[in-house]
Design a protein around this ligand. Structure first.
Ligand SMILES: NC(=O)c1ccc[n+]([C@@H]2O[C@H](COP(=O)([O-])OP(=O)(O)OC[C@H]3O[C@@H](n4cnc5c(N)ncnc54)[C@H](OP(=O)(O)O)[C@@H]3O)[C@@H](O)[C@H]2O)c1
Length: 273
């Protein structure tokens, strides 16, 4: 989050403060939800599951935990239902526009209408499936697959859920340090080419979504979780899931309207594009 400007601290962990400039004046207005609604894609394992785990401890939270398929072992996710929060486990394949549309209808129906507010939309699902391909060897299929899941997925998800995004809603696109052009330029040998290209595109999408949703007071950011021990990050990663997601939730809860369109690390510091 930005270190400049005023930023009221939430008095409970779930209060969302987003400061909005009213009219042409400079007065900052807080808007908060005491029973926040979270939507998280790719929630069945890794960082998505950790989001649900941490959020499940608060009974005032409503969580839509989206998973690519319901026909799999979802016991880890199911077990979190007993923690206190209301958790809806729904299918959403972010590589399929039909699946995302069906998911959105279910969310609207459970919330009680297409205008009911989603406080946090966390576009977490992502793939890094062909990490050894370089710019000289990558295949069109791999590139389009990564763009489809990592970029088109979050694009369509925001489009179909837009009616639920109101003043103070936050959209988070889970990016990567590998999506930073500035970071890649510092490396002697770049890697994960298709993934990096897709995350750089996701970063650009974030800037456009932030601009397009500015009039509604919706904050859109992208966050790099760091190198985290998950199936994707591998056992050699430096961060534990608890630390990455704990930091990210703190960052997301402290966002201001002026933070929209920014790129953060999981500790809330701003990253170079
Ligand atoms: N771990 C890291 O070090 C790291 C670093 C930078 C960025 N990230 C980003 O953080 C996010 C989460 O990564 P992770 O480390 O948790 O990875 P992970 O352990 O591989 O988990 C990825 C999650 O995304 C889901 N997913 C993939 N394709 C999907 C699709 N088409 N539809 C719905 N869900 C889909 C997976 O579901 P399935 O179980 O169905 O495959 C799984 O739940 C990703 O966007 C990743 O790029 C991670």
């Amino acid at each position: 989050m930005s270190k400049s400007g005023s930023n009221l601290k939430p008095s409970t962990p779930n209060e969302v403060y987003v400061h909005k400039v009213e009219g042409t004046g400079s007065k900052l207005l807080p808007s908060k939800s005491k029973m926040p609604v979270f939507v998280i894609t790719g929630a069945n394992r890794g960082l998505g599951l950790e989001f649900v785990r941490q959020l499940s401890a608060d009974p005032s939270n409503t969580i839509f935990a989206a998973t690519r398929s319901l026909s799999r072992d979802l016991s880890a996710l199911e077990s979190l239902k007993s923690n206190g929060a209301t958790i809806h486990i729904l299918e959403c394949d972010t590589g399929s526009q039909d699946s995302i549309a069906a998911f959105s209808k279910q969310v609207s129906s459970i919330l009680g209408g297409p205008d009911k507010k989603i406080d946090f939309l966390l576009n977490n699902a992502g793939i890094n499936a062909t990490s050894t391909q370089t710019s000289l060897t990558l295949t069109p299929d791999s590139l389009s697959n990564h763009i489809n899941v990592n970029v088109t997925g979050p694009t369509i998800t925001v489009q179909v859920l837009e009616s639920h995004l109101h003043d103070g809603s936050v959209v988070m696109n889970m990016t990567s340090g590998l999506g930073s052009l500035a970071y890649n330029r510092t490396k002697e040998t770049v890697d994960c080419t298709t993934y990096s290209i897709s995350k750089a595109a996701l970063n650009m999408l974030t800037v456009h979504q932030a601009s397009d949703l500015k009039g509604k007071g919706v904050v859109v950011v992208c966050v790099d979780p760091g190198w985290v021990k998950t199936d994707m990050g591998g056992p050699g990663a430096v961060l534990e899931k608890e630390e990455s997601i704990g930091g990210m939730l703190k960052c997301l809860r402290g966002l201001k309207i002026s933070d929209s369109g920014r790129f953060f690390a999981c500790d809330g510091s701003e990253k170079a594009w």
